[in-house]
Design a protein. Structure first.
Length: 269
């Protein structure tokens, strides 16, 4: 099966989509329990939400589901948030802490090794290749990693999640200009809430690739699904009216990031 889809563009921005895929090989599907087969922890419709917002953008999208293996987790298995509830490289539970595998069917170390080779590694090879290609064109590359999550998940966080959750690992993964323009636009968006480096500070993708000193900048945007879905439960339907309003702000964010990238290049940084 195909592990990823790549669309090459000429913009300095690369959009990453590690969690929108819903493909699960039959042998793995048969090991999921009824709860797991809901695939509830998908970043539903995120690639559609961003589609067409900026001309010439490069996109790299994983087509496999995060229950196969999570493309936004450290391949070593190290936790992104030590001491906090989270899901791992190959999740044992969903975001509510409920099992997703049939009894005795949870993946073992051999399964994880195989899935790293067959899914995780090819996706990241494609992403790394596009970062290098874009950087060769512009002297700079900005990886904008696109995510979403339910706005209420007591197992992971208290209360309601802000609509815009910007992650830069406390400013380590990108130049301050990119964090600032993103935060400003999200912060001024009427009717929406936002935070920088709150519960979500950027996943492994953001932390791994974000090397501002080497001209590669990374920022994660985790959107609350209530901001663009009709419902955060099955069938996770896309709300055109909500999405249209949200797309206006996302388009502005990407345009401002692109402008900041060109300014950074002009200054020789």
């Amino acid at each position: 099966m195909t592990t990823h889809e790549t669309r090459q563009g000429t913009s300095p921005i690369i959009l990453g989509f590690p969690h929108t895929g819903t493909d699960v090989p039959p042998a793995i599907w048969d090991r999921l329990n009824d709860n797991g087969k809901l695939l509830a922890d998908t970043d539903w419709h995120i690639h559609d939400l961003y589609d067409g917002l900026i001309d010439g953008v490069t996109t790299v999208r994983a087509t496999f589901h995060r229950y196969v293996i999570d493309a936004n987790r450290d391949p070593s298995g190290a936790s992104l948030y030590p001491g906090q509830n989270t899901t791992g490289l190959v999740p044992e539970t969903d975001f509510d802490g409920l099992s997703i595998w049939k009894d005795g069917a949870a993946p073992n170390e051999a399964d994880i090794t195989e899935r790293l080779r067959d899914f995780h590694a090819p996706y990241h090879a494609a992403l790394a290749a596009e970062i290098e290609r874009v950087k060769a064109i512009h002297g700079v590359a900005i990886l904008y990693d696109c995510h979403s999550i339910r706005s209420h998940i007591p197992f992971l966080f208290e209360g309601k999640l802000p609509d815009f959750n910007i992650g830069t690992d406390m400013g380590k993964t990108c130049a301050v200009e990119f964090e600032r323009v993103t935060a400003e636009i999200a912060g001024y968006a009427a009717g929406y809430t936002s935070i920088v480096n709150g519960r979500f500070k950027g996943g492994w993708t953001t932390r791994h690739y974000g090397q501002p000193a080497n001209g590669v900048h990374a920022i994660q945007m985790e959107l609350a699904q209530s901001a663009y879905l009709e419902t955060e439960q099955v069938p996770f339907a896309y709300d055109e009216e909500k999405a249209t309003a949200l797309r206006t702000h996302l388009k502005t964010i990407l345009a401002r990031i692109e402008t900041a990238a060109h300014e950074l290049k002009a200054m020789g940084n």
